[in-house]
Design a protein around this ligand. Structure first.
Ligand code: VGL
Ligand code: ZN
Length: 227
């Protein structure tokens, strides 16, 4: 399934039991960053606008932040003879290794300077265990260690989550699919996401898997105030 085959929802009205998840809008995922996502900077203004909309609607806004210790095992540099984007498969890691990125306390791990973080009610950090990655905002890649996001959303009465941010084929993908598994209704705000595109089929695999899991797709102009 390709991007052009996606069926988009008509207007979606936002209310109190909705949450916007803004995934990994951090310097290292920007075009000049360590793990660049093409056009990653082009979605920041649109995300600010939709965060504002969710605030006006009484809905929740949560940021996620990739937050690795130095020497994290998702980094190629932690493995003898490996280069960034080399295939790698180990429990909680892979399918590829990454350049060093989003190291705790560095500029690369900071949110994009133009992201209006004042509009967020909470931020969830992930990927801070040395030996295991966490693409999803909900679970680490061992598929059982919780970040606490599910509890946060549940205790606030959230039923639907809207996911935007970076990267569509990794952290957005895993966040959306774990949100489905956890029992939320899930929408991806497609115009406010961009993909890493590595390996080559990662984008089509992601959207196909999400669509067949029941995830819905929408664009931000169709996301409106419920009134
Ligand atoms: C991500 C690769 C490694 C992401 C994070 O935010 O999509 N991708 N760490
Ligand atoms: Zn990472």
């Amino acid at each position: 399934m390709e991007m052009k085959d996606i069926r988009y929802e008509p207007v979606v009205d936002i209310g109190k039991d909705d949450a916007l998840l803004v995934v990994d809008i951090q310097n290292d995922f920007m075009p000049a960053g360590a793990l660049p996502v093409a056009q990653g900077d082009m979605i920041v203004r649109g995300i600010n606008a939709v965060m504002k909309l969710f605030n006006r609607c009484g809905a929740s806004v949560v940021l996620t932040q990739d937050w690795h210790p130095q020497g994290h095992h998702s980094f190629a540099s932690a493995h003898e003879g490996k280069a960034p984007y080399d295939p790698y498969d180990a429990p909680g890691l892979g399918p590829v290794l990454w350049p060093d990125h989003c190291v705790q306390g560095t500029h690369g791990a900071d949110f994009h300077p133009e992201l209006d973080t004042d509009m967020a009610h909470a931020a969830i950090r992930k990927g801070y265990h040395l030996l295991i990655d966490s693409y999803s905002g909900f679970f680490e890649n061992d598929m059982k260690t919780q970040t606490g996001l599910e509890g946060y959303l549940r205790t606030r009465g959230v039923r639907r989550v809207f996911v935007c941010g970076l990267a569509l084929d990794y952290c957005v993908y895993y966040t959306a699919s774990d949100a489905m598994k956890t029992g939320f209704e899930v929408y991806i705000v497609m115009d406010l996401t961009r993909a890493a595109g590595s390996p080559g089929d990662s984008i089509s695999t992601a959207i196909e898997t999400l669509a067949s899991a029941g995830v819905r797709f929408v664009n931000s102009p169709e996301v409106r105030h419920g009134g």
